[in-house]
Design a protein around this ligand. Structure first.
Ligand SMILES: [Zn+2]
Ligand SMILES: [Zn+2]
Length: 351
């Protein structure tokens, strides 16, 4: 079969890989949808000299060619030895929690295998992911996809949208909050949609007019263009000079991170989910003097992934509107070029 592999320096290749065979405890997924996520762009843009994509995200790996795609969604096609019918019925609609740990430590046993101290595989980064017709995965990484959600929506939940949900949960967002979301890419737009469904008054910040327009459609009460106005000042004006109760940075941009911290009110909460890069914070005035809580959130547990999907299904959140671009694998080069240079909603490979 053929799968997409990132070569670094904005090049990729549709390369031949052997068809996967399931080992003990594993299944083969027939892919139906495989999403494109912001961290794929880090991998796509990573310099070859710097060790390529996994190194760019601090995830290790041996640098060998890996099938990209860490938002896999499909059906169970084949079971390996020891996997029972009850665990993975053939044809079951599933998402995949895209990490493998030891399976035994406290983090693995609570569904947070990405926190395993014994070394992890990140599918689509250090292990073969979803940008291919088939994928091998441990049965314990499967997460059932609710009937109400499409495979494309399941792919979104498998990283970008699930990450937004995980961050909003860490922020404990409710209807009492004004929530500022910095960056309206696929994670930020999901946070706007989900934060609105959780009852918050959402203010969305992004430099792109297309994304601000999508944010409005997804429930943002107000949108801010940080190139037109100082977002911190604007957020204070929108909150009677107090600042927002909760702020979420989905950009990874140092200025946006600082603006998120500074826009929070006294006793406010701030969460960083945008990857990479750095930030300099003036700790006393920006944090200590206002009793700030600063949270860093990395994706979600396998249980959280299931919960996110259920939340979206039960509240009939139109997540499908986030998916603005559909591609076939053969269009991979154009697909990633488009996402590297344009500001759109979310792209997904369909099979
Ligand atoms: Zn473990
Ligand atoms: Zn991701």
């Amino acid at each position: 079969m053929r799968g997409i592999t990132f070569l670094g320096d904005r090049e990729l290749e549709l390369r031949d890989f052997p068809d996967p065979k399931p080992g003990p405890g594993e299944v083969i997924l027939q892919m139906k949808a495989s999403g494109m996520c912001g961290s794929d762009l880090h991998a796509y843009r990573a310099s070859r000299k710097g060790g390529g994509m996994a190194a760019a995200l601090g995830l290790g790996g041996d640098g060998g060619p890996v099938i990209a795609g860490h938002e896999p969604c499909g059906i169970v096609a084949e079971r390996g030895a020891g996997v029972t019918e009850a665990e993975a019925p053939i044809g079951q609609r599933v998402m995949q929690h895209h990490y493998k740990g030891c399976g035994l430590c406290k983090h693995c046993r609570t569904g947070w295998s990405q926190l395993c101290p014994h070394g992890i595989v990140v599918y689509g980064m250090t292990g073969h992911g979803g940008h291919a017709p088939y994928m091998k995965a441990p049965v314990r990484t499967l997460v059932p996809l609710p009937e109400e959600l499409s495979f494309e929506e399941g792919a979104a939940v498998s990283c970008g949208t699930g990450t937004a949900y995980g961050a909003l949960k860490r922020l404990d967002v409710s209807g009492r909050d004004t929530l500022a979301v910095f960056g309206q890419g696929p994670v930020g737009l999901s946070a706007t949609q989900l934060g609105t469904a959780m009852g918050a008054r959402v203010i969305a910040v992004d430099i792109s007019p297309e994304r601000r327009q999508l944010a409005k459609e997804f429930g943002a009460e107000t949108v801010i263009d940080p190139r037109e106005v100082d977002p911190v000042k604007a957020l204070y004006e929108l909150t009677h000079g107090e600042g927002v109760e909760a702020a979420l940075d989905c950009t990874g941009n140092p200025e946006a991170r600082l603006a998120a911290v500074r826009s929070a009110c006294t006793w406010g909460r701030v969460c960083f989910v945008g990857e990479g890069n750095n930030v300099t914070i003036d700790v006393s005035p920006d944090m200590i003097r206002k009793q700030l809580t600063l949270i860093a959130s990395w994706t979600f547990s396998s249980v959280g992934q299931e919960e996110c999907a259920r939340f979206i299904a039960d509240r009939r959140i139109p997540l499908k509107r986030l998916l603005t671009h559909r591609f076939e694998l053969e269009q991979a080069a154009d697909a990633y070029r488009l996402f590297d240079t344009q500001t759109t909603g979310k792209g997904v490979f369909t099979f």
